[in-house]
Design a protein around this ligand. Structure first.
Ligand code: PLP
Length: 286
């Protein structure tokens, strides 16, 4: 089946979809994106993703191209047309395609480029990695200073994933001024003495939609949560570690820079949070 994608108002076979070579997303990484997971054909936490999209756009002097409800409708239409049971919907909005390349922003009335496509991932919620846990390495955080905006400039995170691969690991946690910021495409957590610790929000990390949900569920389950900086040494000495993101949900981390975390297997807090996350987010899916 040929995948149907959405470009600026049209649903098209992926081979027919086109974006200008002058698009500022292509030339300047001048755009933002969201990834919403799909489980059982329904969108997980769409409202959270729409709210963060609005914020990312506002921070860059752009606006929502349409009402959030209309965006939800396009998400649903693509999920239906492509028969996605489990997978994700990728959405990207750029500052559009002015007539020429120029560092200055184009006039405010330049039409934005709005692209959406689906990725089919059968069995997404039952990934084997969740049973074994993943291994991470630590790398310097060399990204720009506005990581709270979900921009499409993902070169350093891509480099980080390649560094992890080269080291025989699955992913990388980034470290700035001696403290972990986040994973290349996920938020990072440790569990020590029964307390869940994750980096506090600010412009140094992305405010994960999964992070917000997981912390809310953890607090509702009377688990202790601290939002603060931690070091790699503290993480290596912790009882457990895990990551969260829209595509991995809650994923246990079993080694950091080759040092096993706890007994080197997924810990009970991460496993429980993963269960609660699926239970609650499936209930609220749209
Ligand atoms: N941090 C970074 C740098 C990310 O790229 C992502 C997701 O892509 C996350 C955190 C997790 O965010 P979410 O839970 O909204 O997927």
């Amino acid at each position: 089946m040929t995948r149907t994608v959405y470009v600026n108002g049209d649903y098209l076979p992926e081979g027919e979809a086109k974006v200008s070579v002058f698009d500022r997303g292509f030339l300047m990484a001048d755009g933002v994106y969201e990834v919403t997971s799909v489980l059982g054909g329904r969108l997980i936490d769409f409202d959270g993703h729409a709210a963060r999209l609005d914020r990312s756009l506002t921070e860059l002097g752009m606006t929502m191209p349409m009402a959030a409800e209309d965006l939800r409708g396009i998400h649903r239409e693509l999920v239906a047309r492509n028969g996605v049971e489990d997978g994700m919907v990728y959405l990207q909005i750029t500052r559009g395609a002015p007539a020429d390349r120029d560092f200055a922003y184009p006039p405010q009335d330049t039409p934005q480029t709005v692209v959406l496509f689906t990725q089919n991932k059968p069995g997404l919620a039952d990934s084997p990695a969740a049973r074994t846990g993943i291994r991470v390495i630590s790398i310097d955080d060399r990204r720009w200073g506005r990581r709270d905006i979900k921009t499409v400039q993902l070169l350093y995170p891509s480099m980080g994933k390649m560094m992890a691969k080269a080291a025989g690991a699955d992913d990388a946690w980034m470290v700035e001024d001696g403290h972990v910021t986040e994973g290349t495409s996920n938020n990072a957590y440790i569990v020590a003495g029964g307390t869940i610790v994750t980096r506090d929000l600010g412009d140094h990390i992305l405010s994960g939609i999964t992070r917000a949900a997981v912390l809310r569920f953890a607090r509702e389950a009377q688990m202790k949560v601290e939002e603060r900086a931690f070091t790699i040494a503290e993480a290596q000495a912790a009882d457990e570690a895990f990551i969260t993101s829209a595509s991995t949900f809650v994923m246990p981390v079993v080694a950091i820079d080759g040092a096993p975390i706890g007994d080197g297997t997924p810990g009970p807090v991460a496993r429980r949070l993963r269960e609660i996350y699926f239970e609650e987010s499936r209930k609220a899916a749209s």
